[in-house]
Design a protein around this ligand. Structure first.
Ligand code: PEP
Ligand code: MN
Length: 360
């Protein structure tokens, strides 16, 4: 799939002056719940209502969705509010049912994107549809797998495509439920600048208090839209209770977010600059975290050396590292002088760390 301008067509057709907002509960629970949320959302910036009706739960025994019955509730919400409706499909049967009920936007969930067989089955069932199809990133941080799923749909003649970034699983616990790994959607955007890209801050965050900041980063990175889990009573939601916000919080959030999309050339320049700066911020953050992790390992080496009573400075090993890094630096267009300076500073910090351990 090459970058194609028509990929943006469906988004441009909305004619919005703000990012596309998809709001609604993690799961449809009852007809009253779906209708109440839809009516509250129609006064926000949300153009599209979301609700999961088949819920892929990590472990059995949790609420697994109301099933096809929920499609009738969504349809009614569309008739009453004029919002477009969207839901997750995870097999061809879901696709057939969603199309029968005139669902406007179908999305493929993170646990489905990982499976080329199922994605192909869904693509075949959707073949030639003019519905909008959004592909969430796979749970694991694998850009080719994400692209592969998008390409399978594109090859099935589905023209109205988009991607949703919902973060990636990690074994280590971090402040996020799913780590954003922003460099992956940035890479997707660099390869396919015309493929609409939507951020799902709810599944990245897993909690309410950092949703705003994630949205702001996404908009700074020029994302085209937000999918935000919204419920009138988040604490009592039947799934993902901790990460849902109320429609009135969503309204306030859209007022407070700095929306950088604009059309005059001065604003275009500032947008572009801002996007690049945010990309730099993401990388700087990773650099600091990586250096922190490197020093922790140096501490471990310090402990070993202390227990064995070995000298801190091992010059042969150090020269090996430098030689390797100078070569790798060349491959990455970094001068020898720069690599030497950086690694001398890193080495000095490692020695300081180890000294502290040995003298503790
Ligand atoms: C969801 O959107 O409710 C959902 C299950 O998301 P994901 O596929 O990103 O986990
Ligand atoms: Mn959810």
């Amino acid at each position: 799939m090459e970058n194609k301008k028509e990929l943006r067509g469906w988004l441009n057709d909305f004619g919005l002056s703000h990012p596309l907002v998809i709001g609604g509960p993690c799961s449809a629970e009852t007809e009253e719940q779906v209708l109440k949320i839809a009516h509250e959302l129609k006064d926000t910036d949300a153009t599209v209502l979301r609700a999961g009706i088949w819920k892929p739960r990590t472990r059995p025994g949790n609420f697994e969705g109301v099933g096809a019955l929920g499609l009738k509730w969504l349809k009614r919400a569309k008739e009453e509010t004029g919002m477009l409706i969207s839901t997750e499909v995870a097999n061809s049967n879901h696709v057939d049912l969603a199309l029968e009920h005139d669902v406007d936007i179908l999305w493929i969930g993170a646990r489905t994107t990982v499976s080329p067989f199922i994605v192909q089955e869904i693509a075949d069932a959707l073949k030639g549809t003019d519905k909008i199809v959004l592909v969430k990133n796979p749970v694991n941080p694998d850009l080719p797998l994400w692209l592969g799923a998008i390409e399978r749909l594109y090859s099935a003649d589905i023209q109205k495509l988009g991607a949703i970034h919902r973060g990636f699983s990690t074994y280590e616990k971090t402040r996020y439920r799913n780590n954003p790994n922003w460099q992956i959607p940035i890479e997707l955007q660099n390869r396919f600048p015309d493929l609409p890209l939507i951020c799902d801050p709810s599944h990245i965050a897993g909690r309410r208090d950092i949703i705003f900041d994630i949205c702001q980063t996404a908009l700074d990175l020029n994302f085209d839209g937000l999918m935000v889990e919204t419920h009138y009573d988040p604490d009592n939601a039947w799934s993902d209770a901790k990460q849902q916000i109320t429609p009135s919080t969503l309204i306030q959030m859209m007022v407070d977010l700095k929306i950088r999309k604009s059309t005059d050339t001065e604003a275009d320049y500032r947008n572009a600059l801002n996007t690049l700066r945010t990309q730099i911020d993401v990388l700087d953050h990773q650099l600091i975290e990586t250096l922190g992790r490197r020093m922790k390992i140096a501490d471990g080496i310090g402990e070993l050396k202390r227990d064995k009573n070995v000298a801190i400075l091992q010059s042969r090993r150090w020269n090996e590292i430098l030689g390797k890094m100078i070569l790798e630096g060349e491959e990455n267009n970094l001068s020898e002088e720069f690599v030497l300076k950086v690694f001398k500073a890193i080495h000095q910090e490692s020695i300081n760390h180890q000294k502290k351990i040995i003298n503790a």
